[in-house]
Write a protein that binds this ligand. Structure first.
Ligand code: MOS
Length: 741
């Protein structure tokens, strides 16, 4: 009897390879041709934030030991920007400097240390201009909006209400609060790295490089190198963390590839940690103001949310914290949001860990806590009073929503009833103890684009399940195995998953918490198609016992074909007919339900903190998160994702900060000593509970996404608990002890 692995605690199928070190990450790959000697590249980055390069002295570098190539704006590599991505420059193509830490040169040498040494010998002379660095600067322009996306600013008014100001004037209670969040970075453990290898006539390029969207990584490299996309293969089976930083293909990869082409050698480029902070994009600093108007009993009458984020001079990413949270979270008859950007000479911004929702929810969910204080209503009760059953403003329906139960179940598991509303009323020795809560909301949808998977049934009784999505450490590889085993009704150990290679059918992007919900239906379809192939072989091959039967007479169940009173495992049939395997590739795409419903996953966070009365040190001591993400495919991996998200939230609240020096445009904390992320000692046991109710719309399993959900609202839960402990409301992140003294 085969028990389906679906919904159980399943260890990573690639766990052993990872912990024993046999899993290969990008920088681990040797050249595929054993005699080809890998050359090593090192980048040179700008030390001013705005201006131009007047001269570069590269003579010493060229003459340094082991050096085989030195590239700069005066010895270009001929790259071109990707026009559709809002990209307005390609490194080394001109002498202009747009931010501090921009790529201005590259040295290639026999060893990585020789390359690094020689890069340090290059001297650059600049014509320097004063960089624009302050988020408080004018002008502020409407946030850039992708085609088909909601506008940067909008107002929804109830019938008879003249304006948002009038709605506030008609509200009993008004709370207004402004928030600042500093620059944040994804800081995946694996630095960005690539091994670039061409075939002998330079028509085929293989890139070993971590990517959240392998096919987009290949396309980006192809465009920048001026070759057809079919000429690029990206191999990325293991990725040491993405968190948004591997969504956009950056310039390290095409630079290494261009040098490899010119030098006729495989080239490896591994970014030193400091360069990851500026060559790779970050999450913008963001200022937000939330204003809430409500009745005396806490029923919202108006929600207003404005944000100012960075528009980096080099384009790429527009933050939308207001619309992604305030436009969907609470029921309100009047709604206003306004998302603006300020043009600054800073490194590129990009997606990072619930890019918009995490900052947006910090602002909105802190303001809701302030409304709870202002009205004297319990924060959980306040949220239930403003519960949205349809999307505010648009009236759209959710595919499924059990957020109300997340609040109730979470409050019970956490022991919320023990909370005292008056701040500072729980003291334990030198510690002030407080409790806070907040909501999590993040899209859990399927990608609207086509997604492919391939299933191959082999004569040894195994099945190969292939789809070129990426596993960033999320458990996508294991998800392929679980889904394949569940759909085929065979044990997990008989399923071999493969992903992370553009030679495989194009899978779901590992972005926006979409991979699971998008991959599951593709695997299901491929299983059905492969079984249909098997049946076809059974009825047409003269050696088959079912030769000549109608395919309707055969049924597949749990690894066996049955019909006409007999049954046979698929591997025996394949051996009987002398075939090694049957396979099928399926392409799936959501139907009209994709636009008829909104798909979000939901959660409720509950947090207990202790703040030292004498030092101001905040410690998170308990955390409970209850989640509605539809059906859970792998309970263990899902819990890990949520725990990771909450840890990000704790870092967001208490630690993460990269100060920008306003005079120089330098991100001063661009290393892992100064850029603080939580360590084990900062994190208590985190209690995660899933409602595990299948979504009736999204896919046949009812599984929505949950990767980024835990990151949303968790920082606000920490801040709200700190307020409850101390009576201090800190609206500028991170909440460090100096702000609590
Ligand atoms: Mo995620 S920040 O959508 O890669």
């Amino acid at each position: 009897m085969t028990v389906s692995p679906l919904g159980r605690d399943i260890d990573r199928v690639d766990g052993r390879a990872k912990v024993t070190g046999t899993a290969r990450y990008s920088a681990d790959y040797p050249a595929s041709e054993p005699r080809a000697k890998v050359a090593h590249a090192h980048l040179v980055v700008s030390t001013i934030a705005r201006g131009s390069i007047s001269a570069m002295d590269t003579v010493a570098a060229q003459n340094a030991p082991g050096v085989i190539g030195v590239y700069s704006p005066f010895h270009k590599l001929g790259l071109q920007p990707v026009p559709g991505a809002g990209e307005n420059y390609a490194p080394l193509q001109d002498t202009r400097v747009r931010f501090r830490g921009q790529i201005i040169g590259m040295v290639v040498a026999e060893t990585s240390w020789q390359a690094r040494e020689a890069a340090g010998l290059i001297t650059t002379t600049y014509d320097e201009q004063q960089p624009r660095t302050s988020l408080a600067d004018e002008p502020r322009v409407p946030a850039a909006v992708a085609p088909g996306q909601p506008p940067a600013s909008a107002t929804v008014l109830a019938p008879g209400v003249a304006s948002i100001e009038a709605a506030f004037a008609a509200s009993d209670v008004v709370v207004e609060a402004s928030f600042h969040q500093p620059t944040q970075h994804a800081v995946p453990m694996e630095p960005h790295a690539v091994l670039a290898e061409w075939n002998s006539d330079h028509t085929q390029l293989t890139l070993y490089s971590g990517a959240q969207l392998p096919h987009i990584a290949a396309l980006g490299a192809a465009i920048r190198l001026g070759i057809p996309p079919t000429g690029v293969r990206v191999i990325t089976p293991y990725v040491g963390g993405g968190f948004g930083s591997r969504v956009i293909p950056w310039y390290d990869v095409p630079l290494a590839a261009a040098a490899a082409r010119e030098l006729n050698r495989p080239v490896r480029l591994v970014l030193p940690r400091e360069q990851v902070f500026t060559v790779i994009g970050h999450r913008s600093a963001v200022d937000q103001t939330v204003k809430l108007g409500a009745s005396r009993d806490g029923v919202l009458n108006v929600v207003s949310h404005a944000s100012d984020a960075v528009m980096p001079f080099v384009g790429y990413w527009s933050m939308r914290p207001a619309i992604e949270t305030s436009a969907v979270l609470y029921k309100t008859p009047n709604l206003h949001f306004d998302e603006r950007q300020v043009l600054l000479d800073v490194p590129p911004t990009c997606a990072m860990r619930a890019p918009n929702e995490a900052p947006g929810a910090f602002a909105l969910e802190t303001a809701m806590d302030e409304l709870a204080v202002a009205t004297g209503i319990d924060p959980v009760e306040l949220r239930l009073r403003n519960y949205a059953t349809t999307v505010p403003g648009t009236g759209a329906r959710w595919s499924s929503k059990h957020l109300d139960d997340c609040y109730r179940v979470g409050a019970r598991r956490f022991g919320w009833s023990a909370r005292r509303a008056r701040p500072g009323s729980r003291v334990d020795g030198q510690w002030l103890v407080g409790m806070g809560m907040a909501t999590a909301i993040y899209p859990g949808r399927r990608i609207p684009d086509p997604v492919q998977a391939r299933v191959r049934l082999l004569d040894d009784g195994t099945a190969l399940v292939s789809s070129a999505t990426a596993d960033l450490g999320t458990g996508a590889t294991t998800l392929l195995a679980i889904t394949g085993a569940h759909e085929l009704g065979i044990p997990l150990r008989r399923v071999k998953p493969e992903l992370g290679d553009t030679a495989l059918p194009q899978g779901a992007p590992a972005v926006g918490s979409m991979a699971t919900a998008s991959t599951v239906p593709a695997v299901e379809a491929a299983v059905h198609a492969a079984v249909a192939e098997l049946v076809q072989v059974a009825v047409t091959d003269p050696r088959s016992p079912w030769h000549g039967a109608n395919s309707e007479e055969l049924a597949y169940e749990k690894g066996q074909l049955r019909g006409r009173g007999r049954s046979m495992p698929f591997e025996r049939l394949l051996r009987t007919v002398g075939r090694r395997s049957v396979e099928a590739t399926s392409t799936v795409q959501p139907g009209s339900e994709a636009t008829e419903y909104m798909y979000h996953s939901f959660g409720a966070h509950f947090c207990e903190v202790r703040v030292n009365r004498y030092t101001g040190e905040p410690r998170v001591t308990r955390f409970t998160t209850v989640v509605d993400a539809g059906r859970i495919v792998n309970a263990q991996a899902a819990r890990s994702q949520l725990v990771g998200g909450v840890i990000f939230g704790i870092g967001h609240a208490l630690l993460e900060d990269n100060p920008l020096e306003l005079d120089t445009g330098r991100l001063a904390g661009s290393n892992l000593a100064d850029y603080m992320v939580p360590v084990n000692a900062d994190i208590p046991a985190i209690d995660v509970h899933f409602l595990d109710r299948p979504d009736p719309v999204i896919n046949h399993l009812g599984a929505r996404g949950l990767g980024e959900l835990g990151t949303v609202g968790s920082a606000a839960a920490v801040g709200n608990a700190i307020y409850n402990a101390t009576g201090k409301r800190i609206r500028s992140l991170p909440i460090t002890l100096d702000k609590l003294l």
